[in-house]
Design a protein around this ligand. Structure first.
Ligand SMILES: Cc1cc2nc3c(=O)[nH]c(=O)nc-3n(C[C@H](O)[C@H](O)[C@H](O)COP(=O)(O)OP(=O)(O)OC[C@H]3O[C@@H](n4cnc5c(N)ncnc54)[C@H](O)[C@@H]3O)c2cc1C
Length: 540
């Protein structure tokens, strides 16, 4: 069985970020795209609302920048915001060129633009309420038909490979060890350039809108390889996920609120006016906290989102997916309110990168939700994330294209060593630790935090880290163990960052420090084995 593979470019992750990068590089070298499940199993597929971009004559770059800065609560890096917004129309044009079909107005055939929380204009381009599926399936079709791209599904990256060459003593990234789940073997993939496009880490929380693979693998791998990680305390909780005992969390798109849906208490009363003058269209952190507050105040499990006052025709044409999904659970959204709870949704922090997605480790890039570009600050504005995926993937591709010819190959990396491990005979340790971790992260490091709760979480995470490290060094790797090891690393990074932030800002809310601090600063964590390429990332 072949266990060693060589490519020019190794892309770990097959969401919007990874596939956009692959398609933009397919003419310049051999590419491997690694996906731990099927190509479509990432957050991208599930995105409903759309992609923010300046496409309307009445809108402007300045307005989009201003809205993003305002949602980011003083922590956005303005250069990153401007760069992203200025490239938004090109990013959408590129998607249209790939064949993505966005919803159009029936009267004039222009793209229909919708509005979401925090946006001062209608600027969300979408494909009804299943934008991610349309974008992702189009990119997947294109990838499957590309000559230079080898696809490896059911392969999970375990760790990055770092090597020095004769000319440069400093380590550089030269590949990754990747576990082939079907064949139960760890393979060596070497490459001139490696890109982490592994998505977010919301699976670290008990309730999440994310698919199962969102275990922060890229962030954990980069951290272990010596890359800095920033702003991990800012995890966005989506205010409205379907609450139903049989539903694995299903997100109710923000566009419902954009189109006039009301949040209601079990009594049927509206309450958002008590929290923010923008009511249902306040930024997500405010809405999620308001719902959390009301749920705790009333001691109930969930609240409601109601769009049933709109016409059946309007609801069916704008929200066919939400309508269908809710009907599966016996809820007719055209006639009754939808039961909702908040759930972990988006990781604003991540691996520190510059405008080209370059990390601290030479020849290692990070793009998409796994990266920290400075765009989102303390709170991501709705629909800016898919935009970030496309813009930074294209920017990284441009840089890698220039760089590739000048990278000399290193000697083949050593194969994965399994000589000191055996098959596990107690997988229950993995499932138990997995449940414990996600539960205490939800209880102690969730929407509202206190110093005491964070300290409790820190204590527990240390114990778990020790246990999992011991397990990892004694037993053969498997998918669940790889993910758990990464989840516990990411949990530790989130807790550390939350403890360091002595204020309430954006998505980080502490009862001990409810006020906004005077100094705006990112929480930058530096690993002890810092790789030291030291990419320059502007400060907010
Ligand atoms: C329900 C939902 C709705 C959303 N709606 C919107 C929206 O309307 N607009 C918007 O802008 N954003 C939205 N978001 C956020 C947005 O979808 C994500 O931020 C974005 O899709 C992330 O893309 P990505 O390419 O970075 O990662 P993903 O699409 O998550 O892809 C990650 C990929 O990495 C792979 N992977 C991970 N770890 C490994 C590993 N160790 N080895 C191999 N492969 C690995 C996964 O298999 C997957 O292929 C939504 C998110 C969710 C969950």
């Amino acid at each position: 069985m072949k266990t060693h593979f060589s490519h020019d470019v190794l892309i770990i992750g097959s969401g919007a970020a990874g596939l956009t990068l692959a398609l933009n590089l397919s003419s310049v070298g051999t590419i491997a795209v690694i996906s731990k499940d099927r190509l479509k199993d990432g957050s991208t597929w599930y995105a409903q609302g759309g992609i923010a971009a300046v496409l309307d004559d009445l809108d402007s770059t300045d307005a989009h920048v201003k809205d993003t800065l305002s949602a980011g609560a003083g922590l956005c890096h303005e250069e990153a915001v401007r760069f992203t917004v200025e490239n938004s129309a090109d990013a959408i044009n590129w998607l249209v060129e790939q064949g993505v079909s966005f919803t159009k107005n029936t009267d004039n055939q222009d793209f229909h633009l919708t509005k979401e929380g925090g946006h001062s204009h209608r600027r969300i381009i979408h494909s009804a309420d299943a934008t991610g599926k349309e974008v992702h399936s189009t990119l997947i079709d294109r990838i499957r038909n590309s000559d230079n791209i080898d696809i490896f599904e059911q392969h999970i990256a375990v760790d990055l490979i770092q090597q020095a060459d004769q000319h440069k003593p400093r380590l550089r990234c030269s590949g990754a060890y990747i576990y082939n789940r079907a064949q139960d073997v760890v393979c060596t993939f070497d490459a001139k350039v490696v890109i982490l496009a592994t998505g977010g880490a919301s699976k670290v929380y008990l309730y999440t809108s994310n698919p199962d693979g969102a275990s922060g693998d890229g962030i954990a791998m980069a951290w272990r390889a010596g890359c800095r990680v920033a702003n991990m305390e800012f995890n966005q909780f989506h205010p409205t996920c379907l609450y139903h005992p049989k539903a694995k969390t299903f997100l109710i798109t923000e566009a419902l609120r954009g189109e006039g849906a009301h949040l209601k208490l079990p009594s049927g009363e509206r309450f958002m006016h008590l929290f923010d003058e923008r009511e249902e269209l306040a930024p997500r952190d405010i809405v999620a906290r308001a719902i959390d507050h009301e749920i705790k105040r009333l001691g109930c499990d969930h609240l409601y989102l109601d769009i049933s006052h709109k016409s059946e025709e309007f609801i069916s044409s704008h929200f066919p997916t939400v309508k269908k999904q809710c009907l599966q659970y016996g809820i007719d959204i055209t006639k009754e309110p939808i039961p909702i709870v908040p759930a972990a949704h988006y990781t604003c922090g991540g691996v520190m990168v510059n405008q080209y997605g370059a990390t601290d480790l030479e020849n290692l890039y990070a793009i998409g939700e796994t990266s920290f570009t400075g765009l989102h600050g303390a709170n991501r504005m709705a629909s800016n994330s898919l935009l970030e995926c496309i813009v930074y993937a294209r920017s990284a591709a441009a840089r890698i294209r220039q760089q590739l010819a000048n990278i000399e190959p290193v000697s083949p990396p050593p194969p994965w060593d399994e000589s000191k491990v055996t098959n596990s005979d107690e997988d229950v340790v993995i499932s138990h630790n997995w449940d414990e971790l996600r539960r205490f992260m939800w209880d102690y490091v969730g929407i509202v935090r206190t110093h005491k709760r964070l300290e409790r979480a820190q204590h527990r995470v240390k114990l778990l880290q020790k246990e999992i490290a011991e397990y990892y060094s004694n037993y053969k790797v498997g998918n669940d163990l790889v993910e758990l090891r990464n989840l516990v690393t990411v949990a530790q990074l989130i807790i550390r960052s939350a403890i360091e932030r002595k204020e309430s800002r954006g998505l980080h809310y502490s009862l001990d420090h409810p006020e906004l601090g005077k100094i705006t600063r990112d929480t930058i964590l530096v690993p002890t084995n810092f790789a030291g390429q030291n990419v320059i990332v502007d400060q907010p």
